[in-house]
Write a protein that binds this ligand. Structure first.
Ligand code: ZN
Length: 133
């Protein structure tokens, strides 16, 4: 793993959160994108080598919607940048980590992504992401 690619923040109202984070970070979101497969809309802020990803559900079937039924808004996942997502999946499986989806899928921000189940990572939802070339 090379760096923290982004922190994912679950929000209820992405418009309001965009304004709050723009004030907080002193810059605007550089990209907003809906990911149909996850039923979420996302907004990205660059902060040094990392990013903040705001995530709002677009449907009740969304994992973010279910998450916010049980939890407050706030940090939802940490995403690590990896050079070879398939090699990392193999390595982490051999270390006993459990994946939510077995195969990487198209995520926001032109990335291939896969998630590790929180139950195998001290309660933390971990995303691995690899830049698509
Ligand atoms: Zn993410």
């Amino acid at each position: 793993m090379r760096k923290i690619e982004h922190l994912g923040i679950a929000v209820k109202d992405i418009k309001k959160a965009n304004e709050t984070f723009a004030k907080l970070l002193g810059k605007s979101s550089y990209k907003q994108e809906t990911v149909e497969s996850e039923a979420v809309t996302t907004s990205f802020f660059e902060i040094g080598e990392s990013k903040i990803e705001l995530v709002q559900a677009t449907a009740e079937t969304s994992a973010i919607h279910k998450y916010l039924d049980k939890n407050r808004e706030g940090i939802h996942h940490i995403a690590f940048d990896v050079a070879d997502i398939y090699a990392e999946i193999e390595r982490l499986k051999s270390e006993g980590f459990i994946f939510i989806n077995d195969q990487p899928k198209q995520g926001a921000d032109n990335k291939l992504v896969v998630f590790i189940h929180p139950k195998s990572a001290n309660g933390l939802l971990v995303e691995l992401c690899q830049e698509r070339s």
